[in-house]
Design a protein around this ligand. Structure first.
Ligand SMILES: Cc1ncc(COP(=O)(O)O)c(C=O)c1O
Length: 467
C-alpha cells in the first residue's frame, strides 16, 4: 500500500540517509554549515505553494534540510546533552510513527502501555523503589515540574480546588540547577521569589549547610517550604549534589526530596559510579532522560516516584466521559495520570535499545564514556595551552584555552574562539560561565560515536585555531 506505492522514493530516501551518515566519517565534513538566519532563509525554499510540488523536489528539500542542519550524529558534535542515536531507537521510531497511536488509554495503546510500565519497573528497581510509580513525559523539564506538582499536592490539602491559597510555597534548588525549575515555578503560580537558590561550591555541588540555613530562614519568615530538589549531574559541570545530606535535611523538615537525574541518572547503569546515587531510593521522586546519555532520541523522559499513585493523585481529573471508560483494563490507562491527553509512544525507542544491548551493554557504554572523559581531561591537564576549570566528576569537562599572548583577556578570548569555531564548522562544543565571570568551553560526553582520536583531533585543532 502506502510504502509499496512509494517504494522508489523510500529507496531514494534510504540512500540519502546512508550517504549523510557515511559523510560523518570524513573529518572534513562540517558539523554545521553556519549561515546567519537571513541568509539561510534565502537558501531554503520555505514557500508553501498553491499546487504543491513533485516528489523529486521534496527529496531536494530533504537534502537541503540535512545540509544546513547541525549534524548531531557527527563525532565532533559534543555541544549538547543529546547527540548521536542508537540504531534500535531509529527502528522503534519508525514503528511508533507508523502505528501512530496515543498513550492515553490501554485500549488504544496496549503494547506500548505494557512496555512503558516495564521500563518504569526496571528503572525503579535500579533506583531501589520497591513500590514505585512513574510516567513518561515530554522532557526532563516537565518531569521536574510534575515532581513539584506532586510535592505540592502532597503538602497542601485542597490545592487542586483552591490553588496555592496565598501561601509562599518554597522550593530549594542549587544555584547550578537546571533552568526548568524557574519555568516550573513561574507556570505553577509559585513564583520565582519562592525558588530558593542554594549556594554551590566551585565544583558545582549544592552546599548542604547553606540549604539548611535557608530552610530555617524561610520558615522563620512564615513561608512554607515544600521541596528540596537535588541535581545529580548538573547541566554545566556534571556535579552531583550531596543526596545523603539533603535527604536527611528533607526528613528533618518534612519536605519532598526530588532528584533531577535527567543527565546523571544514567549512573544507575554504571559499575563505576553507581555509588554517586547511593541513597537515591530514599528520595520521593527522580527525573531521568534516556535521550541524553543513552542515545534513544529526543524525547525519552521519565518521572519516577517512590510511591505508586502520587502522580495520578496530583493529575487526575477530567476526560472520564469520553475517554476513560470503566472496563477491565482501566487501571492500565496512563492518561488519567499524564499531563497530556495525546501522548507519543516514547517507550519503544528505549525498550528496543535496552533489549538489544542488555543491562550489561548499557552499563559498559556508560563506563566507556567515563573512560573517554578521563582521557580528555588528562590530555587537557598535560597540555600547556589548556586549563581545566573544575575536576570532572561525571561526563562534563569544563576548560579554557590559554591565549597565545598576555595581551588577550582570557574569558573574551575563549568566547571569540568558540564563535570562530562555530563559523569554521568542523566542531561544535558549547561554552558557559561562572558568576565570577570565568568563561569556558563545556565539552560533554554524550555522543556515542565520538572516539578518543576525535577528542585529540578536536583539542589539537582548537589550539591551532587559537593561534
Ligand atoms: C540537569 C538537567 N535537568 C533537566 C533538564 C531538562 O531536560 P529536557 O531537555 O529533557 O527538558 C536538563 C537539560 O539539559 C538538565 O541538564
Amino acid at each position: 500500500m502506502f510504502l509499496k506505492d512509494n517504494r522508489q522514493t523510500w529507496d531514494k530516501l534510504t540512500e540519502i540517509v546512508e550517504n549523510y551518515l557515511e559523510e560523518n566519517k570524513d573529518h572534513k565534513t562540517p558539523v554545521v554549515r553556519y549561515e546567519p538566519a537571513t541568509k539561510l532563509k534565502s537558501l531554503l525554499n520555505l514557500n508553501l505553494d498553491e499546487n504543491g510540488v513533485a516528489e523529486d523536489l521534496l527529496l531536494e528539500e530533504i537534502k537541503k534540510y540535512l545540509k544546513y542542519s547541525v549534524r548531531t550524529t557527527h563525532p565532533q558534535f559534543n555541544n549538547q546533552l543529546n547527540g548521536g542515536f542508537n540504531f534500535e531507537a531509529l527502528l522503534a521510531e519508525i514503528i511508533s510513527f507508523i502505528s501512530n497511536t496515543s498513550m492515553a488509554t490501554y485500549e488504544i495503546a496496549p503494547v506500548a502501555t505494557l512496555i512503558e510500565r516495564k521500563l518504569i519497573e526496571e528503572l525503579n528497581k535500579k533506583i531501589g523503589y520497591h513500590d514505585g510509580g512513574g510516567i513518561m513525559l515530554t522532557g526532563g523539564s516537565n518531569a521536574n515540574m510534575l515532581a513539584i506538582h506532586c510535592a505540592r499536592n502532597t503538602h497542601l490539602a485542597d490545592v487542586k480546588f483552591r490553588g496555592n491559597q496565598g501561601k509562599d510555597l518554597c522550593i530549594f534548588v542549587s544555584e547550578e540547577a537546571h533552568y526548568s525549575f524557574k519555568k516550573a515555578v513561574m507556570l505553577m503560580g509559585i513564583g520565582l521569589d519562592n525558588l530558593i537558590l542554594v549556594k554551590a561550591n566551585k565544583d558545582g555541588k549544592m552546599q548542604a549547610e547553606d540549604l539548611e540555613n535557608k530552610i530555617i530562614a524561610v520558615k522563620e519568615a512564615g513561608r512554607t517550604p515544600i521541596m528540596i530538589a537535588s541535581t545529580c549531574g548538573t547541566t554545566v559541570k556534571g556535579a552531583f549534589d550531596p543526596i545523603e545530606e539533603n535527604q536527611k535535611i528533607a526528613e528533618k523538615y518534612d519536605l519532598w526530596h526530588h532528584i533531577d537525574g535527567a543527565w546523571g541518572g544514567a549512573a544507575l547503569f554504571s559499575k563505576k559510579i553507581r555509588d554517586y546515587l547511593g541513597e537515591a531510593h530514599k528520595a520521593d521522586s527522580f527525573t531521568f532522560d534516556a535521550h541524553k546519555l543513552l542515545g534513544t532520541g529526543l524525547i525519552t523522559s521519565f518521572l519516577l516516584t517512590k510511591r505508586e499513585g502520587v502522580i495520578k493523585a496530583a493529575n487526575s481529573g477530567g476526560g472520564s466521559e469520553y475517554l476513560f471508560h470503566h472496563y477491565e483494563n482501566a487501571d492500565f490507562d496512563t492518561g488519567t495520570a499524564s499531563l497530556q491527553c495525546g501522548r507519543k509512544v516514547d517507550s519503544l525507542k528505549f525498550w528496543l535499545s535496552w533489549k538489544a544491548w542488555g543491562h550489561r551493554g548499557i552499563s559498559e557504554f556508560v563506563d566507556e564514556q567515563l573512560d573517554k572523559m578521563h582521557y580528555f581531561a588528562n590530555y587537557i591537564k598535560e597540555h600547556p595551552r589548556l586549563k581545566l576549570i573544575a575536576e570532572p566528576e561525571y561526563l562534563n569537562v569544563c576548560f579554557q584555552v590559554i591565549p597565545p599572548s598576555s595581551s588577550f583577556e582570557i574569558n573574551q578570548f575563549n568566547v571569540d574562539l568558540r564563535f570562530r569555531m562555530v563559523k569554521d564548522g568542523r566542531f561544535l562544543v558549547n561554552y558557559s560561565s561562572d558568576e565570577d565571570g570565568t568563561i569556558y568551553f563545556r565539552h560533554v560526553f554524550c555522543n556515542n560515536v565520538t572516539q578518543k582520536r576525535d577528542l585529540k583531533y578536536f583539542l589539537d585543532e582548537l589550539v591551532k585555531l587559537a593561534e
